[in-house]
Design a protein around this ligand. Structure first.
Ligand SMILES: C[S@@+](CC[C@H](N)C(=O)[O-])C[C@H]1O[C@@H](n2cnc3c(N)ncnc32)[C@H](O)[C@@H]1O
Length: 328
């Protein structure tokens, strides 16, 4: 169905994106639908490499240049009169959404481990999910207080027997790894992160703002590197008397299946605790796909797993609910 026609394939991507945006961002739902049948914008996208035609990248780049979310008219004007500039942002930038609220899903696995922890996050983006101890949490009234009183309170609805922690973990050392780290001290990097939030998701913008401010008070170190090759060297820098935890969320989908297995083998060889928060069936050892499909969430959720064995919980992609499957 149009598989050999690049323009038709791009249009189809925008139609699928419109479905994803439905109920979350009416503005992007409409815009993606309009782009899917707009020859001018599709023609502009045809001039970019296939990996650079995604709706999220186009809409964030347009917002970055316009200072506000695009409409079809402003998008057409950019793709016409400011073509080089728009293409330049899309070629230079990536979709690296960093959602601090995912820490609310990680916390019930981090808190019971022997403390203190040495945290390595692969695919850390700006490092906002490397700060689970600084944020506070509200699990439907069960409050957990973080170490930075001005950091955001992450609200998460617990479903099932979630082992709710009483305190945040003690983090002795932390480091992130990313192919393209974003710098919390850089205004343009942080503007880009804010442009990646979809209009209509106002809670996310406010949360991101507060998390960036918290990270700027004591920036996490995010090194440039590849999760396929650079984890062992980073792990050697962790203090030996802390529990080493290697974790990731919304990252392994960017790695091919052979690479995912290579990464899993490397992590297992390091004797670290391994925490994975990825789409169902993405991480090696994750058995959640049928469970997720049977649940009310379909495949629109993440599967939480510890040490590559089975699935502990299903979680909202943005951390707003956590459904525990195993007895806590
Ligand atoms: C969608 S972001 C997720 C950021 C963060 N983990 C979170 O949950 O908010 C995915 C990140 O993974 C990074 N990434 C993708 N492939 C990678 C690789 N092979 N090695 C290191 N980082 C990678 C991207 O650059 C991007 O910053």
């Amino acid at each position: 169905m149009g598989g050999h026609d690049p323009t038709a394939a791009t249009a189809e991507n925008y139609r699928v994106f419109a479905l994803e945006a439905s109920g979350r961002s009416p503005l992007y739902e409409r815009l993606a639908t309009e782009v899917a049948s707009d020859p001018a914008v599709l023609g502009f996208l045809d001039g970019l490499p296939a990996s650079k035609r995604q709706p999220n990248l186009l809409f964030a780049a347009a917002r970055y240049l316009l200072g506000e979310p695009a409409s079809l008219e402003t998008l057409r004007a950019l793709a016409g009169g400011r073509r080089e500039e728009l293409a330049g942002v899309m070629l230079a930038r990536r979709t690296q959404t960093n959602e601090p609220a995912r820490c609310a899903a990680l916390l019930p696995l981090l808190a019971p481990l022997p403390q203190p922890l040495a945290l390595i996050e692969v695919g850390a983006s700006a490092g906002l999910t490397l700060l689970p101890d600084r944020y506070s949490y509200d699990y439907a009234g069960h409050r957990v207080t973080g170490t930075d009183p001005a950091a955001p309170v992450l609200e998460c609805e617990p479903r099932g027997p979630v082992p709710l922690p009483d305190r945040v973990p003690q983090v002795a050392w932390r480091a992130g790894l990313d192919l393209n780290p974003l710098d919390v001290a850089s205004d343009s990097d942080m503007d880009w992160l804010e442009c990646l939030v979809w209009p209509g998701e106002d809670g996310r913008s406010a949360r991101l703002h507060a998390a960036i401010a918290a990270a700027r008070r004591d920036p996490p170190a995010v090194r440039r590197g590849d999760l396929l090759t650079d984890v062992p060297a980073l792990a050697r820098q962790a203090p030996p008397d802390a529990t080493l935890v290697i974790f990731h969320s919304a990252v392994l989908a960017y790695v091919d299946p052979a690479g995912r297995r290579q990464f899993a083998d490397a992590v297992r060889g390091l004797g670290a605790v391994w925490i994975s928060n990825e789409g169902p069936g993405v991480a090696p050892g994750d058995t959640s796909r049928p469970q997720a499909a049977r649940s009310a969430y379909g495949n629109h959720c993440f599967a939480l797993m510890q040490d590559g064995v089975g699935t502990v919980a299903l979680a909202d992609g943005h951390g707003t609910w956590l459904h525990w499957l195993a007895a806590g």
